[in-house]
Design a protein. Structure first.
Length: 298
């Protein structure tokens, strides 16, 4: 994501300017909805929507197997909403994504372009690829998974308030918004963003603050273990956790939800990981294990 913030809404301390999304050679790689293997070379794409958020349902009968060979589905009946940050075609719709929306305790941009690596690998492509991989892993556990957007639409956004509403309407048991940062070189590592208490306008995060922290701590622990990515050295004081009250995607959520910044696309060390299909699979695995742990005990 852009270094302005995970939704690229209002700048924080140390966050200087939005880094525009760059798509190398103008080319986008588009995959089908067939599981993680199809995305090993990178995902991405756009759709035919008009910016209206339509949930993409990704459910599957595939399940795990127990030691005696019987099929089991530990997450059967659970709903997970995955929010791939930004959209690969946002840069074509600057007027639409710059529109201000109500986030409860203020107004912010509908969405932004996100960031990219110095070689042009776009954050929006990264987030969609990881979302597909994560979805496939959760489906194998029996969960019903919904994406806030996918290749078939919308071709920009959705706005941050719409992204939250998709999770709310789905009555999700857990929701995660996937991002990558655009910080200065030397700043690296991952962090998970938790909702702080907000009670203003149409926002009331008080019921989800506790369960969201539980979800975030589990994801952070498993993400670090599986990927080997260190906690952020520039946010969270080494905890890999950051609490925010200025993000519409969290403020307007009524279900347990967190954001994850998987690494810094502008740092060479992190960029080498983020552009690796095998590492993105590990990233999805780490997120999945944290979500499964949370859902099994919630």
């Amino acid at each position: 994501m852009s270094y302005t913030d995970p939704e690229s809404e209002l700048p924080r301390q140390r966050r200087s300017r939005r880094v525009p999304m760059v798509v190398a050679g103008g080319a986008l790689v588009v995959g089908g909805l067939v599981g993680w293997g199809a995305y090993a070379a990178g995902g991405g794409g756009s759709g035919e929507g008009k910016g209206v958020a339509k949930p993409v349902v990704r459910s599957s009968p595939s399940v795990a197997a127990s030691a005696d060979g019987k099929a089991v589905a530990p997450l059967k009946g659970k709903v997970v909403v995955i929010d791939p940050g930004h959209n690969v075609d946002n840069f074509r719709h600057t007027a639409e994504i710059n529109r201000q929306v109500d986030v409860g305790n203020g107004r912010k941009e509908c969405d932004t372009t996100g960031t990219s690596t110095n070689d042009g690998y776009a954050e929006a492509r990264f987030t969609l690829d990881v979302a597909h991989r994560l979805s496939a892993l959760l489906e194998r556990q029996g969960a019903t998974v919904r994406l806030t957007h996918d290749e078939k639409g919308p071709d920009w956004g959705p706005c941050v308030d719409e992204r939250a509403e998709i999770g709310n309407k789905a009555h999700a048991d857990a929701a995660i918004s996937i991002h990558a940062d655009g910080a200065p070189v030397g700043d690296r590592g991952f962090h998970v963003i938790l909702p702080g208490p907000v009670h203003a306008g149409g926002a009331d995060t008080r019921p989800i603050v506790g369960p969201s922290r539980d979800l975030g701590e589990r994801i952070a622990s498993d993400f670090r273990r599986v990927t080997g990515e260190p906690p952020s050295n520039y946010i969270g004081h080494g905890t890999a956790l950051d609490t925010r009250t200025d993000l519409g995607g969290l403020n307007l959520s009524t279900v347990p939800k967190v954001f994850i910044e998987c690494g810094n696309m502008r740092d060479g060390t992190d960029a080498a990981l983020l552009t690796s299909g095998s590492w993105r699979q590990k990233a999805a695995q780490g997120m999945s294990e944290g979500i499964v742990s949370f859902l099994r005990e919630s």
